[in-house]
Design a protein around this ligand. Structure first.
Ligand code: FAD
Length: 495
């Protein structure tokens, strides 16, 4: 089978790496076309822990990858001014405490909290306590279950990651062609794409096309007219302005997202610089004012001119149509509040690998792929929206818009179940597991009215004692951890 990947951004090169490594008989039959003149989005620096497994699956060594991409470790995201102005919390990668008598620890904590001072839930999460102190160690070096109950991701320069994976893919036989696709030919009967023509006149034929052409969706939309589900009513922020700045002070092992009057600002510390951006809804703030907000909230000197980006949140009606699979921004975009875009690329690749065509008849694969990716996007949408609506802010028009919003049923049900009895509905497919929902709901002041009644079967004094020792265990271990940057140097991952 001949495969043509259109686009050499993060999506294109991640797809090329995975297909060339994992699909038998594809070596030397993958062509990737990219246009330097068009370029890539060039932002996208914070990730989710799953990317570690993507890299491991390719056999990439962590320290080599980190050196090549100026990467730092990420233990979570600090949300500032979200629940209310002045409040901050960290959404970590990992659990709160260890389960007691088969019940999630947070259920016991709700009862403890009702009875007095047993500390904040944060004190039971290793990742949060390490992040707050700028410390890092690998989960596997923890001596107790509790010290190992966290995950981590990376903050990196995504254009360096694409470059790194380009080398990997080319070593695996992927052929890269520089050029702009100016024409797309389709079979009149089936509608399948048969070939693309470049501005050089070169024609590239393939059996399967992967559209990684970014927001343009050159194949999936411009040719195949997949259609777009516009989710602006839920996630109305539609612009961003981004700028890197010098790093000053310690390099934090976490990303920060600070709520603003018409959007929010990100801060992502890499080894050599800090990435910053302001995501906003242009209905309530001008581009100039949004840029001013960004530029007046930087840690250090700006290292480039601010770059403006435009988007509409939503997803394609079909991620896979005929013989074209859209992966990355060509498939959809949900704003970067929880660093989900590169993760959704990974989900798209995983689903494609599992459903890679085996015959000419792909009906089953197409349907399954579209259902699965549709659920992924929808569930990420709900999780992002939760941040805007679990919120007491009414100090600007944007926040008042969210306070009056009717939620999608899927999210309303999830919030209701939580408030009623601290229950988190589980999904079969979905990026964010229950501890993430707990972190954001608790962090933004959605406190359940009741806990699981089975909590009362446990001896309360024993639960108190166990909780005290959990807090102590985490505090003592974090105290002996290396600083984040020292750890990066120790493992030879500094650039
Ligand atoms: P692009 O980077 O746009 O690449 C498109 C490719 O297609 C380019 O190589 C281009 O040359 C090529 N191309 C297009 N048309 C043609 C043509 N006609 N002929 C030939 N080649 C063509 N993600 C995260 O995970 N974490 C984040 O923190 C994060 N922050 C973000 C912040 C913002 C404001 C935005 C907009 C996105 C962010 N993302 C983030 C998303 C992330 O940037 C993208 O998901 C990721 O970079 C993948 O982009 P892509 O490869 O799909 O598209």
């Amino acid at each position: 089978m001949r495969v043509c990947i259109l686009g050499g951004g993060t999506a294109g090169w991640m797809t090329a790496s995975a297909l060339s490594k994992k699909v038998k008989n594809l070596t030397n039959s993958i062509t990737l076309v990219e246009s330097e003149a068009i370029g890539t989005v060039g932002v996208g620096e914070a990730t989710l822990p799953h990317i570690r497994f993507f890299n491991q699956g390719l056999g990439i060594e962590e320290s080599a990858f980190m050196r090549a991409t100026e990467a730092t470790f990420k233990l979570g995201i600090e949300f500032c001014d979200w629940g209310r102005i002045g409040q901050r919390y960290i959404h970590p990668f990992g659990d709160f405490g260890t389960s007691i008598n088969e019940l999630d620890f947070y259920q016991h904590w709700i009862k403890l909290n009702q009875h007095g001072d047993f500390g904040s839930l944060d004190e039971y999460a290793y990742g949060i306590m390490a992040a707050k102190q700028g410390k890092f160690q690998l989960p596997e070096s923890g001596k107790t279950e509790l010290q190992r109950a966290f995950g981590y991701a990376y903050q990196f320069d995504s254009s360096l990651y694409a470059k790194f994976l380009r080398q990997f893919s080319e070593n695996n036989g992927v052929v890269r062609i520089e050029g702009k696709v100016i024409n797309v030919m389709q079979d009149q009967q089936s509608g399948n794409v048969t070939n693309v023509t470049l501005d050089s006149g070169q024609i590239i034929e393939a059996d399967l096309f992967i559209d990684c052409s970014g927001f343009r969706g050159v194949l999936i939309e411009q040719s195949l007219k997949s259609g777009y589900q516009d989710w602006s009513q839920w996630l109305p922020c539609n612009r961003a302005v981004a700028v890197p700045c010098e790093s000053t002070g310690a390099i934090n092992p976490y990303t920060r997202a600070t709520a603003r009057k018409a959007g929010w600002q990100w801060r992502i510390p890499l080894q050599h610089r800090t990435g910053n951006g302001h995501v906003y809804w242009n209905e309530f703030i001008s581009d100039d004012e949004a840029t001013n907000v960004l530029m007046s909230n930087l840690d250090g000197k700006a290292l480039a001119e601010p770059k403006q980006l435009f988007f509409k949140t939503g997803r394609r009606n079909h991620f896979w149509k005929n013989n074209v699979v859209a992966i990355g921004l060509s498939g959809g975009f949900l704003e970067p509040l929880e660093s989900t875009s590169i993760h959704l690329i990974q989900e798209g690749i995983t689903a494609l690998l599992e459903l890679f065509p085996v015959t000419q008849d792909n009906k089953y694969e197409v349907q399954e792929y579209n259902n699965r990716m549709g659920l992924q996007y929808e569930r990420v949408r709900d999780f992002l929206l939760l941040h805007y609506v679990a919120n007491e802010r009414t100090d600007s028009e944007m926040w008042r818009y969210f306070s009056n919003m009717t939620l999608p049923d899927s999210l309303q049900e999830k919030i209701d179940a939580w408030l009623h009895r601290g229950y988190v509905q589980r999904y079969e497919f979905g990026t964010f597991l229950p501890p993430s929902w707990v972190a954001v709901m608790m962090g933004q002041n959605l406190i359940p009215q009741a806990y699981d009644p089975r909590v009362d079967k446990s001896d309360f004094q024993q639960i108190k004692n166990m909780s005290q020792s959990m807090r102590k265990d985490i505090a003592q271990s974090v105290a002996t951890c290396q600083s984040h940057m020292d750890y990066i140097k120790t493992i030879g991952a500094a650039s």
